[in-house]
Write a protein that binds this ligand. Structure first.
Ligand code: FAD
Length: 369
């Protein structure tokens, strides 16, 4: 609100944001001088080990578009941890409004066994709790120039695609979207009833939403369900007009890599977002010395191990966001040494900027941290 903005500018020099937040939170946990916070207003189990949290953001949360992801920060055992989550639902008015009351967005979180943030969000967080959000990132957003879409999801990779599908079907009749949705078993599927409802809404012979479920570990398949890993044959069988479709794919690094190999030259366009690094990231070697210039610390870290989790495991918590090389929040100067980009396998020895979430040391190295 303009009045609030003007007042804030006038009193800003007199305010200590930390003290303001401390006292303001006693009145309303969403009140903050500048921190983007969101209150959990609903919680629903969406599938096995999977919970949807509906969030009401405060006025500092930047706009989010369907298909993007936001950093979510929580405190677990006294440590602040940040992970990215792609809202499974973004209300259009949230994307448009700046300031004033924001509409809700929802994140759907799959609990990873041993995963610190996903376990906390799925098992500990309750209605009324407050989470810290960050700036949204991601280029898998709606494009008006695309007539036919192919969405391909594996597991929790359904979230950004569900958000896109909800936004599309709410805005336009007759959208032409085929969704291929991979999961281990039927119990792991999210949003199935809603997806089947969207499918039914299109008359036969009309463009609309087509949903194909592919289960990799279900003993008995129902009519309309398929099994198997992504393959050229299965894709051609389920999507006869593959060549005319723009693909958005989302899942683990390995899933996305295999689809890119299968589809890149076969479709009208291919974009993907991976929730994990590709499997090749796991190749680690003998320890090298990583020197942190600012703190003066010298650490032994196995060559090939991603630097960000390696530093965190040693009690150092550098600034970061998506942990997948997308948002650049963790970029810092590599003063010396050779780094490997774990997404591409490329090595770099010239001094320069390195994103520590997707980089590993391949020699002794000095970072400006
Ligand atoms: C752009 C982006 C969007 C994302 N959106 C969502 C979303 O909408 N919903 C959602 O549930 N998750 C999403 N994720 C994954 C999420 O950010 C976390 O990585 C995940 O919740 C695990 O975090 P954790 O702290 O529980 O696990 P950690 O404690 O960080 O890791 C524990 C172990 O689990 C492995 N691991 C981490 N993530 C995964 C994964 N996704 N699948 C399998 N193994 C994994 C790690 O390699 C590690 O061995 C997204 C990731 C990215 C990069």
């Amino acid at each position: 609100m303009p009045a609030t903005g003007a007042l804030k500018r006038v009193i800003a020099p007199l305010i200590d944001p930390v003290a303001f937040d401390f006292w303001a939170a006693r009145v309303n946990p969403l009140l903050s001088w500048e921190r983007p916070l969101a209150r959990v207003v609903a919680r629903q189990v969406t599938a096995r080990d999977c919970v949807t949290l509906v969030l009401r953001p405060n006025r500092h949360v930047p706009p989010v578009q369907a298909g993007q992801h936001v950093p979510v920060t929580v405190e677990v055992d006294g440590v602040r941890l940040t992970r990215s989550y792609s809202p499974s639902h973004v209300r259009a008015s949230h994307a448009r409004r700046r300031g004033g009351r924001k509409d809700c967005l929802a994140i759907t979180v799959k609990r990873i066994p041993g995963g610190r943030v996903s376990s906390h969000l799925c098992q500990e967080v309750r209605v009324g709790d407050v989470l810290e959000l960050g700036e949204a990132f991601g280029a898998m957003t709606l494009r008006p120039d695309v007539p036919r879409w192919l969405y391909v999801a594996a597991g929790s990779g359904i979230t950004p695609l569900m958000s896109l599908l909800r936004a599309q079907t709410a805005a336009t009749a007759g959208v032409d979207v085929t969704l291929l949705y991979w999961a281990r078993t039927r119990a792991d599927l999210c949003f199935l009833d809603e997806l089947r409802g969207l499918e039914k809404a299109a008359g036969s012979g009309q463009p609309g939403v087509r949903v194909h479920i592919i289960l990799t570990r279900e003993a008995t398949l129902l009519p309309g369900e398929y099994s198997g890993r992504p393959s050229a044959d299965l894709l051609a069988q389920l999507v006869p007009d593959l060549a005319e479709r723009q693909v958005y794919a989302c899942g683990t690094g390995g899933f996305v890599d295999s689809l890119r190999t299968l589809l890149a030259d076969q479709v009208a366009g291919f974009e993907a977002e991976a929730f994990t690094l590709p499997e090749r990231a796991a190749v680690v070697g003998a320890p090298v010395q990583v020197t942190l210039r600012r703190s003066g610390r010298v650490l032994d870290i196995p060559a090939g191990e991603a630097l960000l989790p390696a530093l965190e495991a040693r009690g150092i918590h550098p600034k970061h966001g998506c942990r997948m090389g997308i948002c650049n929040s963790c970029a810092c100067d590599r003063i010396s040494g050779t780094s490997e980009n774990l997404n591409t396998g490329a090595t770099q020895s010239e001094p320069g900027v390195v994103r520590i979430c997707i980089s590993a040391a391949r020699s002794d190295m000095t970072l400006d941290l």
